[in-house]
Design a protein around this ligand. Structure first.
Ligand code: ZN
Length: 228
């Protein structure tokens, strides 16, 4: 009987190892190795104090799906990673109590295809780039982020990340301020994020307060390959 229990335990262990934990670990290692092989840098190697919470590695996103699996690190092109660590340094100079909190960096095309499959034919389709052409995230040159206190509490930016409505669009901020739909503090928080990102050379966009490009779309397309 005892032998049987031992054999059963051993068998269970082997099965779990073969198809469970070790498999997902291996998948993440493979993905990270693939990103490194394509020249990308884990931003924590340059700025360990930047907080990273990849939203697509959770179900707390507009897809309600975890398309990143166990990937928890933010990878970027070396130029973008250096710029992001500068943005963190600029922020720390003026606001040591705050930190950048990154929601997304590179988005490999394999994952872009998963996202596309979820949204194609739905109203959310407009918010996901077609993987054939790719977005700046697919080139490893865009970052989605906010500001947070050092213990990880995000500042109030007026909307959540990936809120797809006008309230998230910087181009309407003054109008929403007048209408009382955004507070002065919320706009100041966004302005501080834009200021440190611009200081480091990033360009914001007029339709999402959280998105910044390290290089313009055209340059990304001509200079880099889509990350697979
Ligand atoms: Zn973005």
């Amino acid at each position: 009987m005892k032998n049987r229990i031992i054999i059963f335990a051993l068998f269970t262990f082997l099965i779990l190892n073969a198809f469970g934990f070790s498999q997902s670990d291996t998948l993440v290692q493979n993905l990270e190795t693939r990103l490194q092989d394509q020249g990308l840098v884990n931003i924590h190697t340059l700025a360990p104090d930047i907080l990273v919470e990849l939203k697509y590695s959770t179900t707390d996103n507009f897809l309600n799906a975890d398309t990143y699996g166990d990937l928890e690190n933010c990878y970027l092109q070396p130029k973008a990673a250096v710029m992001l660590s500068s943005a963190q340094a600029f922020l720390k100079q003026s606001h040591p109590e705050l930190t950048l909190l990154v929601y997304d960096g590179v988005r490999p095309r394999s994952i872009q295809r998963k996202m596309w499959a979820i949204v194609v034919g739905t109203p959310s389709q407009d918010y996901v780039a077609n993987p054939d052409r790719g977005s700046v995230h697919n080139f490893g040159s865009a970052v989605d982020l906010t500001l947070a206190t050092n213990d990880g509490v995000p500042l109030d930016m007026g909307t959540a990340f990936d809120y797809f409505g006008k309230l998230a669009q910087p181009r309407y901020e003054q109008q929403f301020l007048k209408e009382g739909k955004l507070s002065l503090q919320q706009i100041k928080n966004r302005e501080l994020l834009r200021q440190v990102m611009a200081q480091a050379g990033f360009q914001g966009i007029s339709i999402e307060w959280w998105h910044f490009n390290a290089v313009p779309v055209k340059i990304a397309r001509s200079k880099y390959q889509i990350i697979e």
